[in-house]
Design a protein around this ligand. Structure first.
Ligand SMILES: Nc1ncnc2c1ncn2[C@@H]1O[C@H](COP(=O)(O)OP(=O)(O)OP(=O)(O)O)[C@@H](O)[C@H]1O
Ligand SMILES: [Mg+2]
Length: 285
């Protein structure tokens, strides 16, 4: 028997005054998959993420994470489920007055009764898993590069060993090498640790190289939902424009292809290699 989906988004409606952002958005995500969401700027991807993790109440609809109704469960059940997912916000959202290590320790001190020595050891482990050197722990977020800040945010998001990880545009603003290393790191969390990852991205290389399934949000609804190459091959006018705009915009020199790979072709390059934490560190930002 198939196991219950770990994420269930049920008929979400979101309105801000006269503006309807979501008008009946529904989908489910199975455990151990890496799902990507695309949509034009302002279509409500970040709002949907906040609604999914219980931070922003939708106008109507329900979200179930690991079986818990995020918009009707009792407080103790919500507190328990909050320990089981991690979120990396679009801007990283690190606490600027805390060091990187203190930032990573926040969920551990908030949600566990672990002693300080164990927390210090866990923080070191998370830094390592996120591909950061040990000395990064003592730095303030303002002293980090953009890529390192994203890794620090990821380290904090995985602090409690979550079952689900939500990422909002994790590779935006990163150089291509650092971005691909970040993709491999996220992929390894799915393949090696069994996490379920739901990420919002505009990064076509992330979509082609790491994502199992793609959901496109447009006109307040789920426009397409399926394997990446199937969604990319859609005849829908918006999807065709979205992907062609990305393939024709400033192709990088030496790229193997300037258009989408053929359907059923070999998987993306980073997917073909088994990701390792070591491999990620080789490309540390
Ligand atoms: N608290 C709020 N009050 C009013 N309107 C809001 C609020 N939060 C978001 N919006 C509006 O909802 C829409 C969706 O915003 P959202 O940040 O989810 O877009 P997005 O799809 O994540 O865009 P991007 O790709 O640029 O990050 C926008 O028009 C935004 O102005
Ligand atoms: Mg956004």
């Amino acid at each position: 028997m198939a196991s219950k989906p770990v994420i269930e988004v049920c008929d979400i409606v979101t309105r801000f005054g006269a503006q309807t952002v979501h008008d009946g958005v529904s989908f489910t995500v199975e455990r151990g998959t890496l799902v990507g969401m695309i949509g034009a700027s302002g279509t409500g991807k970040s709002v949907l993420l906040r609604e999914m993790i219980g931070l922003q109440r939708p106008t109507a609809g329900q979200v179930r994470l690991l079986g818990t109704e995020m918009w009707s469960a009792p407080a103790d059940e919500l507190a328990a489920v909050r320990r089981r997912f991690g979120m990396m916000f679009q801007d990283g959202a690190l606490f600027s007055s805390l060091t990187v290590a203190q930032n990573i320790a926040v969920p551990l001190t908030e949600h566990t009764a672990l002693d300080p020595t164990t927390i210090t050891a866990l923080v070191a482990l998370r830094l390592h898993q996120a591909g950061l050197p040990p000395e990064a722990g003592a730095k303030m977020p303002s002293e980090l590069s953009g890529g390192m800040r994203k890794r620090a945010a990821l380290a904090r998001a995985i602090a409690l060993e979550p079952e689900i990880l939500f990422l909002d545009e994790p590779t935006s603003g990163l150089d291509p090498i650092t971005a691909r290393a970040f993709d491999r790191l996220v992929r390894s969390l799915v393949d090696d640790l069994g996490l379920t990852v739901f990420l919002v991205t505009h990064d076509l290389d992330t979509l082609l190289g790491s994502v199992d399934r793609l959901i496109a949000l447009a006109q307040s609804k789920v426009l397409a939902d399926g394997p990446v190459r199937q969604v990319m091959a859609s005849e829908d006018a918006w999807l065709r424009e979205y992907f062609s705009a990305r393939f024709t915009a400033s192709p990088s020199p030496g790229r193997a292809q300037d258009g989408p790979p053929p359907l059923g072709g070999p998987p993306g390059s980073s997917r073909a290699q088994r990701p390792t934490i070591q491999g990620v560190q080789d490309h540390g930002s």
